[in-house]
Design a protein around this ligand. Structure first.
Ligand code: FAD
Ligand code: DLZ
Ligand code: SF4
Length: 506
């Protein structure tokens, strides 16, 4: 045997660098379901099921393509506990010339492979538009690493939505035309669903048995688990959800978890779809006249811009980044995040759907669960662990900069120039949550006041020294200062009472 090729659970791409360079005649592929990967956070059972089932299907496809695959099942005899353990078994057996892997998307696992006695040669993951070097070159010497500037360079380099050297339609960004509030009339589209086959059923039984106690429901598993299914989900999204994606990308509606969101992140993040084919499909639909430019651009920006930028930040900032806590917030994550009862409809909806589906869309993650944690002063490390555990698309390279950086401002403003905080009025504008809530969004203080209204000012007041100089936050501080002093005091004291109540569960 010439090479042992490691394929991780989020590297299920037929054109993965190590497979492309490999030779089925001389090389052996290793894949392993292991306790260490399944247990570094209490992953949502649907996330584990997605990964294990997709891994098993991918192994089958590799075998059909002529590869010798050594596959370790979690419930196999003497299953290895770690990826390194699995490699050691195979190396002992086969004595290959070398062991190769594509660099994992998490420092923890990179370190583990580096420390593994078999000696693993790691190659860069080239399933992205920007290599590490490309992002470092872009970041080099810049005072501020703003996504929008990076995105424009990626547009030029990829040629996506370009007319010569100009952006299609004359503008780089059509967000001004987007962000319409939710309307019930837009409820026609849903992501494609798939019926579990025998392999998935077997995985579901295993996951229910081993991880049934983790937060999250295993019922109603409808994710695709093969590349073929993921490609069908992509076509379905482009046809049915993308045309109005731009208009409603920030909307939220009760009992409507998806709206125009395609849940394609789960497929891209485990390798079943490549970001290139997803962006190409969106661009082609625009060229064919089926999708307006504001939707095509808005969607492509999320992938070519945000997804690539977020990954760049993770690798640029190094292993200590995830532990950042610039605002020195230290409250424990409230029990409501794990499903404890709450009267706040927005949080209840976002958490309930997360438990049921292992999914919430961006504005729910940012402006409901993220906003609340930041306002309430929660320890960002605990917030990070929660997001990493509960979403099926969560892998540290993408989850951590979104949570620690964009959402919790714990990185001191690397990703977001100002914290994403809002009172209840933003949630009310973008959703129909408030109309059915025990709290009143229009009440700023006193009986029934929406907790977001109280906590918003509490946050701004307690971090005044840090943010008062921020150009974009001057206006809010001056409206705070204009409020009568006794009202300010009342707001802060009611916010304190609310926070005290949170400790015991709200
Ligand atoms: P759609 O709206 O249908 O499609 C947009 C696509 O663009 C997504 O599939 C995704 O690939 C990409 N995208 C959009 N925004 C981002 C972003 N900020 N970062 C990276 N990619 C983006 N995304 C993850 O993939 N994994 C995570 O663990 C994750 N954690 C997040 C945590 C927080 C606190 C926040 C605020 C955002 C997080 N995101 C994460 C980004 C975003 O919320 C998800 O990508 C999106 O909700 C996925 O659903 P979708 O495919 O239906 O999105
Ligand atoms: C997330 C995950 C889980 C739950 N289980 C496995 C596994 O058993 N085997 C495996 O190879 N990968 C798994 N993964 C994905 C890895 O954790 C992922 O490769 C790293 O977090 C790097 O992104
Ligand atoms: Fe959320 Fe406040 Fe609206 Fe209730 S009133 S749903 S707590 S924003």
């Amino acid at each position: 045997v010439r090479r042992v090729i490691l394929v991780l659970g989020d590297q299920l791409s037929p054109d993965l660098a190590v497979l492309r360079d490999g030779d089925p005649e001389q090389d052996v592929v290793v894949m392993a379901e292991v306790a260490d990967e399944a247990g570094y956070v209490p992953h949502h059972p649907k996330k584990i099921a997605l990964i294990f089932s997709a891994m098993r299907h991918f192994a089958e496809e590799l075998r059909e393509g002529g590869w010798d695959v050594r596959y370790f099942r979690l419930d196999g005899d003497e299953a290895p506990r770690s990826i390194c353990g699995a490699l050691m078994r195979v190396v002992q057996d086969l004595s290959p010339e070398e062991v190769v892997a594509v660099e994992p998307g998490e420092w923890r696992l990179i370190d583990a492979l580096e420390a593994c006695p078999v000696g693993v040669r790691m190659v860069e993951d080239d399933r992205f538009y920007a290599s590490h070097k490309r992002f470092e070159d872009w970041a080099d010497g810049r005072k501020e690493l703003r996504m929008e500037w990076f995105y424009r360079e990626m547009r030029r380099e990829s040629g996506l939505l370009m007319e010569g050297s100009d952006p299609a339609g004359g503008k780089w960004n059509y967000d001004k035309e987007n962000r319409k509030p939710a309307e019930r009339s837009l409820l026609q589209a849903k992501p494609m669903e798939f019926t579990p086959d025998a392999i998935t059923e077997e995985v579901l039984a295993l996951v229910g048995d081993r991880f049934g106690e983790n937060f999250g429901s295993l019922d109603g598993f409808v994710f695709g688990v093969t590349r073929g299914q993921a490609r069908r989900a992509l076509s379905h999204f482009v046809k049915t959800q993308l045309p109005e994606f731009g208009d409603y990308q920030d909307a939220m509606l009760r009992d409507e978890p998806f709206l125009n969101h395609g849940v394609l992140s789960i497929y891209m993040n485990i390798g079943l779809l490549s970001p290139r084919e997803v962006c190409a499909a969106a661009e082609a639909a625009w060229k064919a006249g089926d999708v307006p430019i504001n939707s095509a651009e808005g969607f492509i920006r999320q992938i070519l811009g945000w997804r690539e930028y977020i990954r760049g930040i993770y690798f640029l900032k190094g292993p200590d980044y995830v532990a950042s806590n610039t605002l020195e917030q230290g409250r424990d994550l409230p029990a409501l995040y794990w499903g404890a009862e709450t009267d706040m409809t927005c949080l209840r909806e976002a958490v309930a759907q997360t438990r049921d589906l292992a999914y919430a869309h961006h504005i729910q993650r940012l402006m409901v669960t993220g906003n609340f944690a930041l306002l309430a002063g929660v320890d960002p490390a605990q917030v990070h662990e929660w997001y990493l555990a509960v979403y099926a698309d969560a892998f540290e390279w993408v989850e951590a900069p979104n949570t620690v950086g964009m959402s919790q401002w714990a990185d001191g403003g690397v990703v977001a120039s100002k914290p994403y905080v809002s009172s209840g009025s933003y949630i009310n504008k973008m959703s129909d949550y408030c109309s059915g809530c025990a709290y009143s969004v229009d009440t700023k203080v006193g009986e029934g006041a929406c907790p977001f209204n109280l906590l918003y000012w509490h946050f701004l007041d307690r971090h005044r020294d840090r943010f008062k100089g921020n150009r974009r936050m001057g206006v809010v501080y001056s409206s705070w200062d204009k409020m009568a002093e006794d009202k300010r005091r009342q707001i802060l004291s009611e916010a304190e009472d609310f926070l005290d109540g949170l400790e015991t569960g709200y």
